[in-house]
Write a protein that binds this ligand. Structure first.
Ligand SMILES: [Fe+2]
Length: 459
């Protein structure tokens, strides 16, 4: 009898094991339309050019230092250089400040850019709303932003997430939905901006329309930039051999503040988060500048000050769609062990035009002779989220590898955006919002527990 019971129990354990092993997560079939929508026409209302002679346009801000008390204000004037001055003041204060920026132009084949201004506002007060004014005479424009609270382990802060946005009708839905979320205070952007490179000679007019398109959000809250392949703009056949020329001129990052030597890999600290931005299209092999910088940067992370360690990159390391399959593999091989060693909470990527979330897994034991090359559950590993579903001109990635890998919790080919809502040092609530639903509807969600302060099995 006892042997029968033991046998039954062993059988049950084996059966449950099979169910767990075979459970590759959920592949959602929810989607409304698979055709890519075209880019909005040049005269679309969202590409509105502000009135007035030489009026500032394409206004956007990003974090300007390591800890979030500086802001870089950027804009374009079309007719003449004009002023690079930013006037700014605190909410309910008569004390005006001003800062002087610089202005530049660039040429790309037969295109000449407008006058691109960048101005850094330094030493701003934490947890404070500022107004800022740019432009001259009757063409002046005013905007505002809020500096985050001072760094601290329990500072609540809400980040938005968008990737691969482009400028189609679907892109417009994504951005409109994102803006409807009033709690999101800064956007983590995981690469592929305008998709101007889909046009003949990479028509940079589409960089201008994209700048006007995102202004309604990016002029009021910082967008933290990660570069993607659509920012490379390497076109030797038309003589354009300097990679990243448009993005480098238009969208600055505070890379020097974190000791980086390239604008495309850097890190910032904001509220209770330490955010590391990696460059999928800069060298990352051993001894390269990015490798050396990341090795050093990870030792600077102080989880008692910023408990949430977030990594952004463009080409995903874990991707079970057939699109861009394995493109992120070499970077994963190079850096994944560090993600586990330093207990990164989450890695966000774009590139694949769909959505996917993983369990906490790692694949770091392989040494070319031991055959240990399958991802395994690892409570010290990050969750990997692909959110390249902003809605660009190339359409959705719909073909998936089958069966769904065990490590993939949820995947769906729909456009959308996400919110990472940090509550305190132990918990953050993550939600993904598909475009077809109302703003408040979540199609995927997860309570994150912090890997440093509360490393429960949360995935
Ligand atoms: Fe991409």
């Amino acid at each position: 009898m006892r042997n029968q019971r033991v046998g039954f129990l062993l059988g049950l354990i084996f059966a449950v094991g099979l169910v767990v092993q075979c459970n590759g997560g959920v592949t959602s079939t929810y989607r409304r339309r698979l055709e890519a929508s075209g880019d909005m026409p040049l005269d679309a209302d969202v590409f509105w050019v502000p009135s007035g002679y030489n009026a500032p346009q394409q206004v956007h801000i990003t974090q300007g230092d390591y800890d979030g008390t500086a802001v870089i204000v950027s804009w374009v004037t079309a007719d003449v250089p004009g002023s690079s001055t930013v006037k700014y003041w605190k909410f309910c204060s008569n004390l005006n400040h001003s800062a002087e920026g610089d202005v530049r132009q660039y040429k790309f084949y037969n295109y000449t850019s407008g006058y691109i201004h960048h101005c850094v506002l330094n030493n701003l007060e934490p947890d404070t709303t500022y107004y800022y004014a740019i432009g001259e005479n009757d063409a002046g424009r005013k905007f505002s932003f809020k500096i985050p609270p001072a760094l601290g382990p329990d500072v609540p802060y809400t980040f938005g997430l968008i990737g691969d946005l482009g400028q189609t009708y679907d892109s417009n839905i994504t951005l409109t939905h994102y803006k409807a979320n009033k709690d999101a205070a800064a956007l983590l952007y995981v690469g592929d901006f305008s998709y101007a490179d889909n046009y003949p000679n990479h028509d940079n007019v589409r960089w201008d329309t994209w700048g006007r398109f995102i202004e309604t959000s990016a002029a009021y809250q910082p967008w933290i930039w990660t570069v993607g392949n659509h920012e490379i703009d390497f076109v030797p056949e038309i003589g354009e051999t300097t990679p990243f020329k448009p993005v480098r001129n238009r969208y600055p990052t505070p890379y020097e503040a974190s000791g980086s030597t390239e604008p495309y890999f850097y890190s910032i600290r904001r509220a209770s988060a330490h955010i590391i931005v990696l460059a999928s299209y800069s060298a990352y092999g051993k001894y390269t500048p990015q490798y050396q910088w990341l090795q050093k940067e990870l030792t600077k992370v102080n989880r008692t000050v910023t408990p949430w360690l977030i990594v952004l990159l463009h080409s995903p390391w874990y991707n079970s769609y057939n699109y861009h399959y394995m493109e992120g593999e070499t970077m994963r091989v190079q850096f994944e062990a560090w993600m586990v060693q330093y207990k990164v909470d989450v890695v966000f990527a774009g590139h694949v035009h769909a959505y996917e979330r993983s369990h906490r897994i790692s694949n770091i034991d392989y040494n070319i002779t031991n055959a240990k090359c399958s991802p395994v559950p690892n409570n010290n590993a990050p969750v990997y989220i692909t959110i390249g579903d902003g809605g660009n001109i190339e359409g959705l990635a719909t073909n998936m590898t089958e069966p769904q890998p065990n490590y993939s919790v949820f995947r769906e080919a729909s456009f959308g955006h996400a919110i990472f809502d940090i509550k305190n040092r132990t918990h953050a609530y993550y939600t993904w919002h598909r475009n077809q639903d109302g703003d408040a509807v979540t199609a995927d969600s997860m309570w994150f527990t912090n890997r440093y302060f509360n490393p429960t099995n949360d995935s």
